[in-house]
Design a protein around this ligand. Structure first.
Ligand SMILES: Nc1ncnc2c1ncn2[C@@H]1O[C@H](COP(=O)(O)OP(=O)(O)O)[C@@H](O)[C@H]1O
Ligand SMILES: [Mg+2]
Length: 328
């Protein structure tokens, strides 16, 4: 058994005109790992995944998947990977089982492999009973599950999932994750997924936080949270700016003003709160103490809240569209 990385990316760049959607990104994913890209809309997640799946060519740098170079060995890469993309790409007028067969023919899977794998995969994603029904009668969650089964049909070494649960309700998202966990137990597949959901990032072995085309941090979720090295105390007061000044002067604690109040990082949150009440002369409306979350990690490494970053991404998209010279 080789222990070469399942995915290896070196100084990868993807430019659209003058704009670098992926800007000098390097990382590697170990075999069997569940690796996640966490970032807001427009961060460069889909662009990176598209390069790894040979759907886009890199502008600079190199990437290998299952040991094959994406630029010079695209065929070998394609036969080593499975893909579950943001948009649903099933044929609505075929049944679930037919969709799997159709995909197998398209990708040149041996018929024997399809016979052996289709039924257990359908079972795994809970679609055995619906296998002979046309896909147009499936719910969004069922379609996604069928796509995951389809992505696994040719026993890929690496499965790429681009925002696999986007737009699905919380219950269906939980289901999909249960299948991902089952999958990890039964198959030794490396998984690379992108998400902008913090709870999904938490489930990964390691995550890379990507923002504006760059990886700003990469580690296990717990190591990233520990790297902040303190508790987070958020307070809402009658005058947050004044409170910040008093906290800085009286307690020597730095903080930042956010639209959800004043955020402070302290080693011992519970011990800090009584001192806070002693030192502040402004009225305190709300106090919250917690261990750092991935939201805090995102904030720490990008200086922005992931939700604000999301909102800003729409403007970014419009701007790119303009610089690309889009016409109606
Ligand atoms: N074909 C393209 N031409 C020009 N700009 C693009 C193209 N595809 C993506 N972009 C831009 O690259 C950036 C990253 O996009 P994308 O990789 O889709 O982000 P994410 O998947 O993280 O939301 C965005 O600003 C997007 O507008
Ligand atoms: Mg995307």
């Amino acid at each position: 058994m080789s222990t070469a990385p399942a995915v290896e990316v070196e100084s990868l760049v993807k430019r659209f005109g003058d704009f670098a959607a992926v800007d000098d990104v390097s990382f590697s994913v170990e075999p069997g790992e569940l690796f996640g890209f966490l970032g807001p809309n427009g961060a460069g997640k889909t662009t990176t995944i598209s390069i790894l799946c040979t759907l886009l060519t890199p502008s600079d740098g190199a990437a290998r998947v299952a040991g094959f170079d994406v630029a010079t060995q695209p065929g070998a890469v394609r036969s080593s990977i499975g893909l579950v993309f943001q948009e649903i790409t099933l044929d609505d007028y075929l049944t679930g089982a037919e969709n799997l067969k159709f995909h197998a023919v398209l990708y040149g899977c041996p018929p024997r492999q399809v016979r052996e794998r289709a039924a257990p995969l359908l079972e795994m994603v809970g679609l055995t009973d619906r296998a002979d029904q046309q896909v147009r009668f499936y719910s969004g969650g069922m379609k996604r599950r069928l796509e995951i089964a389809r992505g696994l049909l040719h026993a890929p070494r690496v499965l790429f999932l681009d925002e696999p649960t986007i737009g699905l309700d919380p219950q269906t998202r939980a289901h999909i994750w249960a299948y991902v966990d089952t999958l990890r137990e039964r198959e030794d597949t490396t998984m690379f997924l992108t998400t902008h959901y913090m709870d999904e990032a938490e489930r990964c072995d390691r995550i890379a936080i990507i923002d504006q085309g760059k990886i700003v941090a990469i580690d296990t979720p717990s190591a990233l949270k520990a790297s902040i090295g303190s508790d987070v105390v958020t307070i809402e007061t009658a005058d947050d700016a004044l409170a910040l000044e008093q906290v800085a002067r009286g307690l020597s604690v730095d903080g930042e003003l956010t639209d959800r109040g004043l955020r402070l990082h302290v080693p011992d949150g519970e011990g800090f709160v009584p001192r806070l009440f002693e030192h502040l002369s402004v009225g305190i409306r709300n106090v919250n103490v917690r261990r750092p979350s991935l939201d805090d990690v995102f904030m720490e490494y990008t200086g922005r809240d992931i939700r604000d970053a999301e909102a800003g991404a729409n403007d970014q998209f419009k701007m790119n569209a303009m610089t690309r010279g889009f016409r109606r």
